[in-house]
Design a protein around this ligand. Structure first.
Ligand SMILES: [Fe+2]
Length: 509
C-alpha cells in the first residue's frame, strides 16, 4: 500500500491547482442575444423612483454556470461618469437567475442620473434614470400596458424610449403566459419561449428573458424608470387570489404557480422588494401615485354571469379589505393636488354593447359593492385621475357608475373623477379580428351614446401608449398610436389629446 501514496498525493495536488470547471450555461433564448452586449445582453433598467432613491437593475449572463459573480455598479450625474455620486459591489448567482438589483440611495430629488454595471471584465450599456421630483411645475408619465411578444413588434416601447418623461407607469400584462399560437400572430416569427404555456420557475424565467432581449423594451427600460404593477397574465389569464381562468388542476398547485410567478417578476422587474405589491409614489405637491394590486392581494373569484347572486354580496372584493382601507386612507390623507390611481381593470361602468357580452365581470363592474364604496370616497375629493390598462383600448371617461341619475352628460356634474385608459403596446384589439370599418361602427355604438353617456372618447383599433401630464392647471392625456406592430417601425400615425381642468371632471378635447 505504501507504494501508492505518492501517486494519490500527486492526483490530489493536480486537482487542487486546476481552475474549477463549471458546465456551460445553456439558455433557450441565447439565439436572441446581441453579442456586442455580452455579458449584459438584457441591458439595464431602473424603477420605483423616490426623492432620494431608485432601483437599478441588470442581468449578467455568464458563459458557464458560475456559482457567484461580483458586479460593480456606479451612478453619476453625467454620462461620461466623471462625477460619480454613488457606487458599490453586489453579487449575483443562479438563485436570482443572475439578475442584479440595487436600491441606490443618497440621491437628489427630481434629478436625472446615469448608471452602469461592470462584471466579468466587461461593462454594461449606460442607463438613464430619474428620481421623483418634489417641486416640479409639471409631472409627465408614460402609461402603458399589455405587451405580447407574439402579436408583433414592441414599437410603442421604442417610441416611448425617446419621450421626455419622469417615469413610465406599467399597468400590467408585461408578459403573457400562453403557448405558441395560444394568443398571438404566428406568422411573424416571434414565437414565445419556452414552446409551451409557462408554469414552472424556469418557464417564467425564460419568458421574461425573451421579452427583455427585445431591443425596443431594452431601450424603454434604459431611458426611463418604470413603476410596474402586475395584471393577470404575469400569472395566468383572469387570475384572482385563489385561482385563474387559465390555471387547471393538471397544471399543479395554483399557490405554487403564484409563488413562482411572483418570484420571477421580482427578479426581472426593477421594483423595490417589499411584502406588498400595492404602494404609493409621491411627486411633491403635484401628485400622489397610488398603485393597486387587483389580482393577487385579495380579489375574490370572477363571476361568470350577471345572474351570479354573489354580485350583490359585500364580501365580493377586488382589493381585499386591508388594501381597500389602505387605498381609502391614502386618498383621504393625500396633500398632493392630483391623486392618480394606477388601476389594472376599468373602474367606470362600461357597457361593451355586444349582444352576448355587455358587462365585463373581470373589471370593477364585477365587484359592484366595492366599486360604489370607493366611488363614494372619490366623490369627497377633487382632482382624481384613474389610469387603467387591460382592455387593449384607449378610453376617456367622466368616471361614474350606473344608474346615471346623478350624472349630467353635458356638464359632467355628478362624475367623481376622470378615467383614462391606455391601449395595448401590441396585444390584439378589435382590429386584429375585424375590419376597421366594423370596429368604427362599434365605437360609435358605445361611445358618447345612451348606453355609456359618460364615455367621451375611445379607440378600439390601434396600439401605442399614453402620456399623462399633470400641472396646476389640469390633467392631460395624450394617446400616441403606432403606424404598425407587424414590422419594426417607430412611426406614430395619430395622436389624440383630452384633458380636464383642475377642480373639474368635465373632459375637453
Ligand atoms: Fe392584456
Amino acid at each position: 500500500m505504501k507504494y501508492f501514496r505518492p501517486v494519490i498525493l500527486l492526483i490530489l495536488l493536480y486537482h487542487c491547482t486546476q481552475p474549477e470547471q463549471y458546465p456551460p450555461l445553456l439558455e433557450e433564448t441565447s439565439h436572441l442575444r446581441d453579442s456586442t452586449m455580452a455579458p449584459f445582453y438584457h441591458g439595464v433598467a431602473s424603477g420605483d423612483p423616490l426623492y432620494d432613491q431608485v432601483i437599478i437593475w441588470t442581468r449578467v449572463t455568464p458563459q458557464d454556470s458560475l456559482p457567484d459573480i461580483d458586479v460593480v455598479w456606479e451612478m453619476a450625474v453625467d454620462d461620461s461618469f466623471q462625477n460619480v455620486v454613488n457606487k458599490g459591489t453586489v453579487s449575483t448567482n443562479p438563485n436570482k437567475d443572475y439578475t442584479v438589483k440595487v436600491d441606490v440611495d443618497g440621491l437628489d430629488a427630481g434629478t436625472s442620473y446615469f448608471y452602469r454595471f461592470h462584471a466579468l471584465g466587461k461593462s454594461s450599456m449606460i442607463g438613464r434614470t430619474r428620481t421623483a421630483s418634489n417641486d416640479a411645475g409639471e409631472v409627465k408619465f408614460g402609461v402603458v400596458s399589455c405587451s405580447n411578444y407574439e402579436w408583433g413588434y414592441f414599437n410603442a416601447y421604442g417610441a416611448l424610449a425617446q419621450e421626455d418623461l419622469d417615469a413610465i407607469i406599467h399597468l400590467g400584462d408585461y408578459i403573457y403566459e400562453y403557448a405558441p399560437g395560444g394568443y398571438g400572430d404566428t406568422t411573424l416569427g416571434r414565437s414565445p419561449i419556452p414552446n409551451k404555456e409557462i408554469i414552472t420557475l424556469q418557464d417564467y424565467r425564460s419568458r421574461y428573458s425573451q421579452y427583455r432581449l427585445d431591443k425596443d423594451l431594452i431601450a424603454a427600460h434604459a431611458n426611463h424608470p418604470f413603476i410596474n404593477i402586475w395584471d393577470d397574465h404575469e400569472i395566468a389569464n383572469d387570475s384572482y387570489k385563489d385561482g385563474a381562468q387559465n390555471h387547471q388542476e393538471d397544471e399543479g398547485s395554483y399557490e405554487e404557480r403564484k409563488k413562482v410567478a411572483r418570484q420571477v417578476y421580482y427578479e426581472w422587474i426593477p421594483i423595490r422588494e417589499g411584502s406588498k405589491h400595492y404602494r404609493t409614489f409621491d411627486f411633491g405637491d403635484m401628485a400622489d401615485l397610488i398603485m393597486l394590486d387587483e389580482r393577487l392581494e385579495g380579489r375574490t373569484y370572477i363571476a361568470d354571469s350577471l345572474g351570479d347572486p354573489s354580485l350583490a354580496d359585500s364580501s365580493r372584493t377586488m382589493l381585499g379589505k386591508e388594501q381597500r382601507n389602505w387605498l381609502i386612507s391614502q386618498l383621504r390623507s393625500s396633500d398632493a393636488q392630483w391623486k392618480v390611481i394606477g388601476n389594472q381593470v376599468i373602474f367606470s361602468y362600461l357597457n361593451w354593447g355586444h349582444p352576448t357580452f355587455n358587462i365585463n365581470l373581470d373589471s370593477w363592474d364585477g365587484y359592484p359593492i366595492e366599486q360604489q364604496l370607493i366611488a363614494d370616497v372619490l366623490k369627497e375629493l377633487d382632482d382624481v385621475v384613474i389610469i387603467t390598462g387591460d382592455t387593449h383600448t384607449a378610453w376617456a371617461f367622466e368616471a361614474t357608475n350606473k344608474p346615471f341619475d346623478e350624472y349630467n352628460q353635458d356638464t359632467g356634474e355628478g362624475a367623481f373623477a376622470v378615467e383614462f385608459g391606455t391601449t395595448s403596446i401590441n396585444s390584439s384589439n378589435s382590429n386584429e379580428r375585424f375590419p376597421d370599418s366594423l370596429v368604427l361602427l362599434h365605437e360609435q355604438k358605445i361611445i358618447n351614446s345612451n348606453v355609456n353617456p359618460h364615455l367621451k372618447w375611445g379607440n378600439m383599433r390601434d396600439h401605442g401608449y399614453m402620456i399623462l401630464t399633470l400641472n396646476e392647471e389640469g390633467a392631460k392625456a395624450t394617446w400616441k398610436f403606432m403606424e404598425t406592430i407587424k414590422e419594426p417601425r417607430l412611426d406614430i400615425k395619430e395622436t389624440k389629446t383630452m384633458w380636464v381642468n383642475s377642480g373639474e371632471v368635465k373632459l375637453k378635447e
